[in-house]
Design a protein around this ligand. Sequence first.
Ligand code: NAD
Ligand code: DAO
Ligand code: ZN
Ligand code: ZN
Length: 369
Amino acid sequence: MKIRAAVAWEAGQPLSIETLDIQGPKAGEVMIKMVATGVCHTDAFTLSGADPEGIFPSVLGHEGGAIVVEIGAGVTSVAVDDHVIPLYTPECGECNFCTSGKTNLCQAIRATQGQGLMPDGTSRLSFNGQTIYHYMGTSTFAEYAVVPEIALAKINRHAPLDKVCLLGCGITTGVGAVLNTAKVEAGSTVAVFGLGGIGCGVIQGAVMAGASRIIGVDINPDKFEFAKQMGATEFVNPKDHELPIQDVLIDLTDGGVDYSFECVGNVELMRSALECCHKGWGESVIIGVAGAGQEIATRPFQLVTGRVWRGSAFGGVKGRSQLPGMVDQYMAGELKVDEFVSHTMPLDKINEAFDLMHAGNGIRSVITF
Ligand code: NAD
Ligand code: DAO
Ligand code: ZN
Ligand code: ZN
């Protein structure tokens, strides 16, 4: 079948709208028709060439809302017409990671997913016979995608896919990092570094957890208004201060915050986020993805004296068992999603979504098909 897709031919170049061939689903796979997809900073990160796992040519995108159109042999958990969110962190329910009760990082298809391939080691996408690689097992910047069954969360069919697509990454990652990874307690003080889609998801999670103070940190003051709407109680722009930002936050909070979250992918900021935590108990969660080869540093004494450094992927959320419930929370008015959509555009304008992100304009662009 022929489909339109935004192809990343090489790092550092804009996406190019092409007509691709897509093969039908093999055993254990599902073909989905994309209704909408968000554009996340991770897509821009991969396109930039800084992602050590970036593979080209590929179809990027991992924040999709879609409808099942065909199932491969042996698929039992979804059927044609089901509404689904593709999962870059799948959930097989059987691997030792899934059964550990300690992590959401299912490893069942990790090796092939990292190579831009389906679990059988081949791609379903091609252009005039040339292989086009999958991305994060999702490749949502296309009219159709073939994904493994274990990488689909079946959701409430009444949920608007052009909104809940954002639960495929940004909002879930932020909210989940607070509730699942850090397990922030009511009354806590929280600092959020980076107020994009992820950081504003963290703010929403902190509000849900009952945090007493939520301090937003960003170098772009245009980001403060929406973060305030989401529940941030105060703001710091590092550019307004001579002192290192961790010292500013320690002064503001009588010794440091209980929890901090790095939502930028900047290793210097990761250090600041750790060091602004309160001695004895403060915990910092790294969510941002740093460039290939970069490393974090702090004095080990920061950890000896009780601060904790953690990381979080997809908010620690197990996609198939937990994401449908988050969609239901949204439908019940308990989770904000609509507010995160700052721009909507068709696939052929997708490069504008990247331009808006790089310009710091808005929170999330949603591509509709
Ligand atoms: P975004 O571009 O929407 O937001 C990033 C924000 O950081 C912007 O508001 C920007 O002004 C701010 N910023 C940039 N440099 C800064 C600095 N030095 N100090 C303070 N603020 C600064 O990006 P996003 O989509 O919210 O993604 C944020 C990060 O999270 C990216 O690194 C992305 O790859 C990563 N991410 C991680 C996961 C995960 O599961 N761990 C999931 C999705 C995204
Ligand atoms: O299991 O080793 C693994 C990799 C899991 C991928 C988790 C990716 C999370 C960070 C990337 C940002 C996603 C948009
Ligand atoms: Zn993302
Ligand atoms: Zn698994």
